[in-house]
Unconditional design. Structure first.
Length: 398
């Protein structure tokens, strides 16, 4: 039997999806499983998306241009310009979701063995994408007691001759942290001073509850050759399964590499691109209503969790996630126990153990990521179940 690759051993299982079989088992036993493990919004996609799909008139679905259909690239650039991000259509590439855009950014900007600096906890797939591309993640630890805050100095301390990029998620997944304007500008200065790429994962830009605008990496003066933005239609329009994202940069070399990568994978989903093209015409009121809904959900989640003895909840400024500390000895074991051995009024809860969002071994063992993507009545019922579970769990620590 041939040996598997060395690379294959370094690709971790997703903490978001690894308990899927246990959740399936709970459902098979007749339980209702509240899925708070994955960022799958339950709000309706804009009507414009469905109208765009219905207008599709071909009797077949062809390949599209490897950079994405031209009208979508042009419309996306127009939308970015309205938001103060000055780019042209040739600086926008349509990708197979934000995931592919992240891989393209790593492939274009980093050689095998190069380092990318990322604050942790981080989006778990950064670790997987780095393993696939033979890139080393250099983590900056942050503390839940400090609301996962960090300073620019922490980035600078970790720069070595092998450092090639800084990667930030703003607003943050899994923490809900939003970088202050001065922090983004300071990171831009750091990228220029050390000739690094600054990759901004800005998928959650619209989910911002701070009352101040979120500065894109593409809005940093003088950073044209360094800034790469990753974006997606998945969260903004509740279209996770459509797999339409964007890679945006003014660096022509980055965009050329991305296009050649795109040629190798042929094209992104043609039919879904037509729908997203139409969705970009959705009025601002659509986004406003969605953000209002998530603000309500966040407030309910924070209030319920804060009232549970032993649970530590940080400040949540954006996205729709909370990384919280539970009074348990092992969050992986607790999450599995909830699916295999617990129920409350016919319900249980699926969460993502937070250890998988850390690159530092041993971190986050008593934390979980909760995605507050269910409507308030379901979220309340999920919190009822979690509260009872924490009282009954044999491995409770206090």
């Amino acid at each position: 039997m041939p040996n598997l690759s060395v690379r294959s051993a370094s690709i971790p299982a997703s903490p978001i999806r690894k308990l899927a079989s246990a959740a399936d088992g709970a459902r098979a036993r007749g339980l209702n499983v509240f899925q708070l493990n994955i960022g799958q919004p339950d709000v309706s996609a804009p009507d414009e998306f469905w109208e765009g799909i219905r207008r599709y008139s071909h009797r077949y679905v062809p390949y599209s241009h490897s950079a994405g259909i031209a009208p979508l690239r042009e419309k996306a650039a127009e939308v970015y310009r309205r938001r103060g991000i000055d780019v042209t259509a040739d600086q926008v590439m349509v990708t197979t979701a934000g995931s592919e855009a992240l891989q393209m950014a790593m492939i274009a900007g980093l050689n095998p063995g190069d380092e990318v600096i990322v604050p942790e906890p981080m989006y778990a797939n950064y670790i997987g994408f780095a393993a696939i591309t033979d890139v080393e993640v250099v983590a900056i630890p942050t503390k839940i007691e400090e609301n996962f805050a960090l300073s620019t100095e922490e980035f600078e301390k970790r720069i070595t001759p092998r450092t090639k990029a800084i990667l930030i998620c703003n607003p943050g997944n899994p923490t809900g942290r939003v970088y202050a304007d001065e922090q983004i500008l300071a990171l831009g200065e750091l990228a220029k001073a050390h000739d690094l790429f600054l990759i901004g994962d800005e998928v959650y830009r619209d989910f911002n509850y701070t009352g101040r605008p979120v500065r894109s990496v593409l809005q940093i003066p003088g950073l044209d050759d360094h800034a790469i933005m990753v974006d997606s239609a998945s969260k903004r329009y509740s279209l996770c399964g459509s797999r339409v994202g964007f890679l945006v940069s003014r660096n022509s070399g980055v965009m050329d590499v991305a296009l050649r990568y795109g040629m190798a994978r042929l094209s992104s989903p043609t039919l879904e691109m037509e729908g997203v093209l139409a969705a970009l015409d959705a009025p601002d009121s659509y986004t406003d209503q969605v953000v209002e809904e998530y603000t309500r959900r966040r407030d309910v989640l924070v209030a319920r969790l804060s009232a549970m003895p032993g649970v530590l909840v940080p400040q949540i400024d954006g996205a729709f996630y909370a990384t919280v500390r539970l009074p348990v000895d092992d969050a992986d074991a607790f999450c599995l126990w909830m699916l295999e051995s617990f129920s409350h009024e016919g319900n249980t809860v699926q969460m993502a153990p937070a250890a998988g969002f850390y690159a530092t071994e041993g971190s986050g063992r008593d934390e979980v990521r909760i995605a507050y993507v269910l409507e308030v009545p379901k979220l309340e019922a999920a919190m009822d179940a979690l509260e009872v579970a924490l009282r009954q769990y044999p491995g409770r620590t206090n």
